[in-house]
Design a protein around this ligand. Sequence first.
Ligand SMILES: C[S@@+](CC[C@H](N)C(=O)[O-])C[C@H]1O[C@@H](n2cnc3c(N)ncnc32)[C@H](O)[C@@H]1O
Length: 301
Amino acid sequence: MSTTNTNNGDQPDVKQGIEYWENQPASYDGVLGGFGTGSLPRIESLGSRLFLLNLFPELSTVPSAYKPLKPVAPSIRVRALDVGAGVGRVTSDTLLPLVHDVVLLEPVEPFVQEALKRARASAASSIVTTTPGERTYWPGLADASKSVTILQGTLQDFDPLNPHRVTFLDRVGYQPSRPADDIGQGFDIIWCQWCLGHLSDEDLVTFFVRCRAALKPHRRSLVVVKENLCPDLPGPEPITVFDDQDSSLTRSDLAWKALFAKAGFKVVREQVQEGLPEGLYVVKMYVTVVQIFSRTPSSDY
Ligand SMILES: C[S@@+](CC[C@H](N)C(=O)[O-])C[C@H]1O[C@@H](n2cnc3c(N)ncnc32)[C@H](O)[C@@H]1O
């Protein structure tokens, strides 16, 4: 596969990317490039939750007029991974309202410490206010019905099934009777949002291959990628644009699809996030599954 680089083949530099984020505020506004205090976070996370509920309707906690609640059996804990997680925005606003256990990975010290602070405060039933108007409460931690495990490290160093190359900071909320019980168990959902541009194509395919191995062995397990897209040009060539401010790549739809295919993933659903402010890149959610499970999953965990 070849991609067109509009910037002479520049590739993300891990250190430069981290330095960029270390100098941003540890808040929604910081991780969202100044869009953290308007409507974007609410609209964006609502779009993600609806997208996820479409894939896992049984995670709904609200009965619908059309479909009675058929909750997940109490013995089953749905596990999600949130990578490049920033201050834990996706974990708290998209994943924890729906799943039982989240593993959060973030390399940047002020961000991961902020995530830890928010998780611990929620477990202690307090509401964290960081910037004006920004209050976060992470569901399910105070009554220990849910858990968040916080890891510090880069995606380049991270193997979801063997996380020993990154640093374990804490597990907050629900604790299994044997602490190591769910390490190595794999994930039902691996959620990658607004961070994969920090990986070169090669590192990204390697990471996706590690994700494949870390998906639980049932046909419902999946990887969601929610990222900015640059436009494709007429013609079949995938496009990749380098941003030297944060040393990241923005990829076109064709570029994403070429990388998914290279990693052995099949896209089973894709949807543009509607309702974001004008002037931003198009944001798209892709659901990818391991090719042998290539139809949209239906019933079994
Ligand atoms: C735009 S923010 C998005 C944060 C979060 N996903 C969200 O949507 O709120 C990009 C995140 O990618 C993280 N990041 C940068 N380089 C990374 C790397 N090499 N591995 C993992 N995450 C990285 C940054 O620290 C930052 O938290």
